[in-house]
Design a protein around this ligand. Structure first.
Ligand code: HEC
Length: 99
């Protein structure tokens, strides 16, 4: 009985930690919305078509390549070099996690 209680507490803590980690990601997600990235990019079928889809982005590009593209894009994408360093990191973290 006591073991079951500990197990339940443990599961609760895991859920809490997962939710908190999700909160960090959601600030990157909020930025994606605020900066209107999805006007050109799509993810899981939603968004624009001007840029490449973000499906599997984290498996295709390194965080460094993602950061590079945001700060000095290769071609037709506007630069977002004006965002704050911590915003850039939140974006890179979020995008690197997209599968
Ligand atoms: C006006 C349209 C447009 C907007 C807005 C835009 N992008 Fe892009 N993005 C592109 C295009 C087009 C490319 C393809 C490469 C190029 O032309 O630079 C691209 C490429 C990328 C890539 C590389 C994708 C790959 O598969 O190689 C990343 C990462 C990216 N953009 C992130 C962002 C982020 C983050 C934002 C918002 C802060 C954003 N983009 C906003 C048009 C846009």
């Amino acid at each position: 009985m006591k073991n079951a209680m500990i197990l339940i507490l443990g599961l609760g803590l895991t859920a809490f930690l997962t939710a908190t980690a999700g909160g960090v990601n959601s600030s990157g997600k909020d930025l994606v919305e605020r900066l209107a990235c999805l006007g050109c990019h799509s993810y899981q079928g939603k968004g624009g078509q001007k840029g490449p889809s973000w499906d599997g982005l984290g498996t295709r590009l390194t965080p460094e390549a993602i950061r590079q593209q945001i700060v000095s894009p290769r071609r037709r994408m506007p630069s977002f070099a004006h965002i704050r360093p911590e915003e850039l990191e939140a974006l890179v973290r979020y995008l690197s996690g997209l599968k």
